[in-house]
Design a protein around this ligand. Structure first.
Ligand SMILES: Cc1ncc(COP(=O)(O)O)c(C=O)c1O
Length: 354
């Protein structure tokens, strides 16, 4: 609006001069803002190419029925092609295959993928070529102390289990810990020279049986269904190891140990808020968990056992050290980032709910 005739502007300025000065001021402000951004960007010396590559591949269009990955098979122009979801095909996954059967048996946690796509920034990491090349990491027995701390925080955030005063051992998925626990418990409980009896209630996760049979040795033996031993007196059950999965795979039922006097491992892989709202904190002597289910990152292969007894903890650790010298430090780094993101999001959603 032009000043009315006779209206005075401050410091004796006229209107065109005021306009010029404000435009100069605005341009100066924008220029300094852009130069700050540019300086920050140009300080990214070796990460910018990796970041640009990750973003370019994430942007490849796979019609919403697949996605492209950094390590995917290259197709043209050095870029990876789309990897299509089941029943979809074509270069961009747009072709729905007729009469394609659904696989109701698979436990692949891909349904959590859209969640992580929505939280892309808080879950991304960029790793240098010289990141943690040593066998060693921050904690004893090749574990990342920060990851261990965040696993305890995660259990507190999702309120599914008590970890205070207990030891934590990492495995390459909980799969690796299954046999480590059988080994540790069979040595722990054995007062007789006969092998420990390993049992599970039907229907059970078949790997319990496969692994126990595969590694069958002097210390333990697969003995099948728990129910076959239900009427045996407690005093005869001291050399038993029972697998208890709750909620159970495959039927989803909540389970408890059946054989009094036996040692048991409680697999709480599915005791998760998005599947079954935990009513009470799990507080068993041995509990198994995995990122394959809690965050859906089955590919990272990180599971953990929460163990009360120090001797059992030491035996499981000994098994892990001689077996793999600990879980991949790259995996531990990635899972740390994912777990931090989940803790942050769990607490912020609790605050918005209140
Ligand atoms: C009961 C049970 N234990 C272990 C596993 C394997 O988990 P991970 O990916 O942690 O090895 C599964 C996977 O479906 C499972 O259902």
């Amino acid at each position: 609006m032009e000043p009315r005739k006779g209206q005075r502007l401050p410091f004796g300025m006229n209107f065109p001069l005021l306009l010029l000065l404000s435009s100069l001021f605005l341009n100066l402000f924008l220029l300094s803002y852009l130069s700050i951004i540019f300086c920050q960007y140009s300080q990214l010396r070796w990460t910018s190419a990796a970041a640009a590559e990750a973003e370019a591949i994430a942007a490849i269009d796979c019609s919403g029925h697949g996605r492209a990955f950094l390590d995917g098979v290259t197709v043209g122009k050095g870029l990876p092609g789309c990897e299509c979801n089941t029943c979809y095909g074509g270069n961009d996954c747009s072709l729905l295959m007729p009469e394609c059967p659904a696989d109701a048996d698979s436990g692949d946690p891909l349904f959590l993928e859209p969640y992580w796509q929505q939280h892309a920034a808080s879950s991304a990491i960029l790793v240098s070529g010289w990141h943690r090349m040593s066998y060693q990491t921050t904690g004893d027995n090749f574990i990342s102390l920060e990851l261990e701390r965040h696993i305890r925080l995660l259990h507190k955030a999702v309120r599914n289990a008590v970890t205070d005063g207990k030891f934590i051992v990492f495995g390459s998925g909980s799969t690796q810990l299954i046999n480590a626990l059988v080994y540790a418990l069979s040595l722990h409980n054995s007062t007789s020279s006969s092998p420990a009896h390993v049992v599970a209630t039907v229907p059970y996760y078949p790997v319990y049986k496969f692994q126990t049979n595969l590694f069958d040795g002097r210390e333990y033996k697969w003995e099948g269904r728990t129910s076959e031993w239900a009427n045996v007196s407690a005093s005869s059950l001291t050399n038993f190891i029972e697998f208890v999965t709750s909620p159970n795979n495959p039927d989803g039922l909540l389970r408890q140990s059946v054989l009094c006097g036996s040692a048991w491992t409680s697999s709480y892989l599915y005791l998760l808020p998005y599947l079954h709202l935990p009513t009470a904190l799990a507080d068993e002597d041995i509990m198994l968990f995995t990122n394959s289910k809690i965050s859906g990152h089955a590919s990272s292969r990180l599971g953990w056992a929460v163990i009360k007894d120090e001797k059992i903890y030491e035996r499981v650790t000994r098994y892990m050290l001689s077996n793999t010298m600990g879980v991949s430090r790259d995996t531990q780094l990635r899972v740390l980032k994912l777990n931090k993101a989940m803790i942050e999001m769990t607490y912020s959603s609790l605050v918005t709910e209140q």
